[in-house]
Design a protein around this ligand. Structure first.
Ligand code: ADE
Ligand code: ZN
Ligand code: ZN
Length: 297
């Protein structure tokens, strides 16, 4: 390959990285959620996950948790599965009203995708054809990514501003948009300012918070109503609530967001990363539990 071709490829890669807002949490957010999840996996789930992971993951779920963003332009249909948008300023979420793509196709949203990939993985236990019917490796990578996305408050945002993507703001001196602030900037700034530019230190701090400060919250976070395997709807309701209370508040178009905004929103981001990790593990534990006997009476 000639030098000019290499330069051209480099420019395209750089340009793609500069397009803000269209991906989920940034790489760091998804990595954090999946690293936390791995700590809470049961033995059964851990074995099943390792069997499904691609060889390139070398047994590390976190290494593939941004795969769904990497293939988003190749699997064009998957774009709407990363978020669900709600009517402007209503601050609530309703599956049958909101879970559709812009052409109105139902179930084409992040909550619909979480139900779908959970169903695919579950069916592998009940139906021996499932492994050939579905790509269960992809199902696991999609599910792990989308449970992360749904915990980013602006992935359940207003339709009119595309979850903050069209709200131009400054993050300190940098021009960006509100969605990108929540996907990347809050985490990046925190890693730089409080964790010596080392993401693993931030992950450790969140893990310590889960076992110390939030230990009483773990069971309620994990629990799923009506003994369901997965329950993305309450997570979406929480996200649009947080979007209204924290993300959109004081972040009008053209505003500059700095210390006040950063320091008051960082605890929200850290808690959402913790909840995302704990709930991803709880979901995978329910999917991959050894099937109990139907009746022991
Ligand atoms: N595109 C449109 N709405 C979006 C959202 N809430 N999050 C990410 N991308 C989007
Ligand atoms: Zn995003
Ligand atoms: Zn995403």
């Amino acid at each position: 390959m000639g030098g000019s071709e290499l330069l051209w490829i480099g420019k395209v890669i750089l340009l793609l990285q500069l397009i803000p807002g269209i991906l989920g949490w940034g790489k760091d957010g998804h990595y954090t959620i999946c690293k936390i999840a791995q700590v809470y996996l049961s033995e059964d789930a851990s074995v099943a996950v390792k069997e499904l992971l691609p060889d390139s993951a070398e047994g590390d779920l976190a290494s593939v948790c941004s795969w769904a963003d990497e293939i988003r332009f190749h699997y064009h249909w998957s774009g709407p599965l990363h978020y669900v948008d709600t009517p402007d300023f209503r601050c609530n979420y309703n599956y049958s009203r909101d879970c559709h793509d812009s052409a109105g196709h139902t179930n084409m949203c992040v909550t619909g995708a979480i139900y779908n990939y959970t169903r695919q993985l579950m069916s592998a236990y009940n139906d021996s054809n499932a492994a050939s019917k579905y790509n269960l490796t992809e199902a696991l990578m999609f599910l792990s990514h989308f449970i992360g996305d749904i915990h980013q408050p602006l992935h359940v945002g207003f339709t009119g501003d595309e979850g903050g993507n069209t709200i131009t703001v400054r993050w300190y001196r940098r021009k960006t948009n509100l969605h990108h602030v929540w996907d990347n900037m809050i985490i990046e700034s925190a890693v730089k300012m409080f964790y010596d530019s080392d993401l693993s230190m931030m992950i450790q701090a969140i893990q310590r918070n889960i076992t110390d400060g939030w230990s009483d919250d773990i069971l309620p976070w994990e629990s799923c109503s009506l003994d369901q395997t997965v329950c993305p709807d309450p997570y979406a309701s929480e996200s649009i609530n947080l979007a209204c209370k924290f993300a959109y508040r004081n972040a009008t178009p053209g505003s500059t967001l700095e210390d006040d905004y950063f320091l008051s929103r960082l605890p929200v981001v850290e808690k959402r990363l913790a909840q995302g990790g704990v709930r991803l593990a709880a979901t995978l534990n329910r999917i991959f539990t050894s099937q109990p006997l139907i009746s022991q009476e």
